[in-house]
Write a protein that binds this ligand. Structure first.
Ligand code: URA
Length: 205
């Protein structure tokens, strides 16, 4: 995509959108969370990754994928030959949903209503960035992007078309890899994840 096609307008529109999202009250998740974690990356990126929702560290820092899942994501991207600085990374839900247990905040899965309420933001982000390819990391992202329940095992590894047009790929969420109890399974699933990312990388050539 030529930079001139976008100019400064998309950047300004994106910054305005991010500022607006900082005050979002579309669903109740904003109240206990520290802040909105908006997408990050170049507005003219060809590739967008969509995660589930910020985790504890993302909630505190205000940046997507900087915690443990983000570290797995960064490593897998690098192994697949994708430069994180050149991709736009965001989440289906922009506030951390958690349960307080003593001092710890334990991740809770966002529900259909929260995904639906937050879809407005991701639609705007995708309209501004206009990526060539969008990647759903996990079922929540896929549900947000496709507007239906998605079975990752059945739908990963091939190009899909988003309801509004545009190519999308579906793969696992990096935190799924962290949760696998067995080291062999972890290694195997990680390799499959990198392989999915490589296929995406090849679409960008
Ligand atoms: N998990 C996500 O889905 N997104 C983040 O930003 C961090 C962890």
């Amino acid at each position: 995509k030529a930079r001139t096609e976008i100019g400064g307008n998309a950047e300004a529109a994106w910054a305005a959108l991010r500022d607006e999202a900082a005050a979002c009250t579309r669903c109740p998740l904003y109240a206990p969370a520290t802040q909105t974690v908006f997408g990050e990356g170049p507005v003219d990126a060809d590739l967008v990754f969509v995660g589930e929702q910020p985790g504890d560290q993302e909630d505190l820092s205000g940046t997507p994928f900087v915690g443990p899942a983000g570290q797995v994501f960064d490593r897998a991207l690098a192994e697949a030959g994708i430069d994180r600085d050149r991709v736009y990374v965001t989440n289906a839900v922009k506030h951390f949903k958690f349960e307080q247990r003593g001092k710890r905040r334990i991740h809770s899965k966002p529900g259909a209503g929260e995904i639906e309420a937050c879809r407005w933001w991701i639609d705007q982000e995708l309209m501004l960035v206009k990526p060539r390819v969008t990647v759903a990391l996990g079922a929540t992202a896929a549900r947000s992007l496709f507007g239906r329940v998605v079975t990752i095992g059945k739908e990963r590894g091939r190009a899909q078309t988003l309801p509004g047009g545009g190519e999308a790929w579906i793969t696992v969420h990096p935190s799924f890899l962290l949760r696998l109890p067995d080291e062999d399974a972890k290694r195997m699933e990680y390799a499959r994840f990198v392989e999915d990312l490589r296929m995406v990388r090849e679409r960008m050539d």
